[in-house]
Ligand binder design. Structure first.
Ligand code: NAD
Ligand code: WQD
Length: 346
């Protein structure tokens, strides 16, 4: 059973490929290596014993995408991770984001129709909810979609609409959109993890890089939010819990167990943690005292969001199992292994 994983050398994709191969799926990765490295393939092979097939090209190129599907007529499903994801950059270069994230999706949907590939899992994001009103926290899949805070967030909203309309128009197409909350952490082997280019935007890699001495000081963006300790709250989810949900989504589609031809699921733990709670967890599991300072709020940040995962728990039979300490510890083990040159990445 062959699955195409776009963006499969990236952070979430690479961990998912390991889980797919563990379950016996044959994986072919397409990635243009815009934000990932080929060494991911070595790491995947080291962990799982299987080197996935790999093709390097830009899925926003319709000719190359069509050519790929013409050459591979045995693809049973697609997990479409490939996208640009830096929120700040999307504000500065919106067209880059709309072009890449939407063209690649539309090229894939076109090819699915032309070459009769039925099943698509799409990487969506909790960013579609913006700041939910108090009555919608924890946020369920039925909560209203808020106007996107950034072009990146807008690509996810528009992508969900494009998928929904394509499914209504073209019979036989199925899709599952997975709305991730905040994925963090690394594979237990510490052979795979998050590898941000340059200065990290996200909290967890900034914490581990600061602890390792790569960054001087972590800036905590705001302690005047209406939360118990004043810092912002998010639903952090372990990358391996997230990866497993993708395998379940693929099995659900292939096993024809979907309730509708387009389903949407939240992937979160259901528990929100503040920035200071994440720092405390990190300090506890690592034994490292983190150098941090409180600064002003980061523009565009929401104050609090966490998932209501009831629908995914019940329908997918999936539940996030790993706690915050496991997330911070695995992120720390990965950072150290990577910096000491113990991984496949230079
Ligand atoms: P990532 O950058 O590590 O991986 C994405 C991969 O897609 C990269 O390897 C990149 O080279 C590739 N890519 C991008 N555009 C491409 C194109 N046109 N053709 C071929 N390859 C292309 O990001 P990630 O964290 O693994 O995110 C995966 C998906 O999940 C993305 O769609 C992202 O928007 C979504 N998502 C991520 C988060 C998060 O916090 N990491 C949260 C919610 C949703
Ligand atoms: C988490 C918390 C920051 C860095 C982003 C995207 C979102 C989704 C996930 C893709 C916030 C605080 C952070 C730092 C800090 N991605 N923080 N100092 O902003 O919740 O979500 O990634 O879909 O769309 O917006 O994640 O990790 O950047 O921040 O204090 O140096 O940590 O203010 O409260 P965020 P994050």
């Amino acid at each position: 059973m062959r699955i195409l994983v776009t963006g499969g050398t990236g952070y979430i994709g690479s961990h998912t490929v390991v889980e797919l191969q563990k379950k016996g799926f044959e994986v072919i990765i397409v990635d243009a290596l815009f934000n990932s490295r080929k060494e991911s393939l070595d790491a995947i092979e080291k962990i799982s014993g299987i080197r996935p097939q790999f093709e390097c090209f830009d899925l926003a190129d319709s000719t190359l995408t069509d050519d790929f599907f013409a050459r591979h007529n045995d693809i049973k499903g697609i997990i479409h991770f490939a996208a640009h994801k830096a929120v700040g950059e999307s504000v500065e270069q919106p067209i880059k984001y709309y072009r890449n994230n939407l063209d690649s999706l539309m090229n894939i949907l076109d090819a699915m129709r032309k070459y009769s590939v039925q099943n698509l899992v799409f990487s969506s994001s909790c960013t579609v909810y913006g700041q939910p009103d108090a009555e919608h926290l924890p946020v369920s899949e039925r909560a209203p979609i808020k106007k996107a805070e950034s072009p990146y967030g807008n690509t996810k909203q528009i992508a969900e609409e494009i998928i929904s309309e394509s499914i209504s128009a073209y019979k036989g197409l199925n899709a599952i959109a997975l709305r991730y909350f905040n994925p963090v952490g690394a594979h237990d082997s510490a052979m795979l993890g998050e590898l941000p280019l340059g200065v990290p935007n996200n909290l967890m890699p900034f914490i581990t890089q600061t602890a390792y001495g790569i960054r001087k000081c972590l800036k905590v963006f705001g302690d005047d939010y209406p939360t118990p300790d004043g810092t912002a709250i998010r639903d952090y989810i372990h990358i391996m819990d997230l990866a497993k949900a993708h395998v379940i989504a693929v099995e659900r589609m292939i096993g024809e167990r979907m309730k509708n031809s387009f389903e949407i699921f939240n992937l979160g733990t259901g528990t929100g943690y503040s920035v200071l709670e994440v720092i405390k967890s990190f300090e506890k599991v690592s034994g490292v005292k983190l150098n941090y300072e409180i600064v002003g709020r980061r523009s565009g940040d929401i104050e609090k969001v966490w998932a209501d995962p009831t629908y995914s728990n019940n329908e997918l039979g999936w539940k996030a199992e790993r706690c915050l300490d496991e997330m911070t510890l695995s992120a720390w083990k990965w950072e150290q292994a990577y910096r000491k040159g113990e991984t496949c990445f230079e």
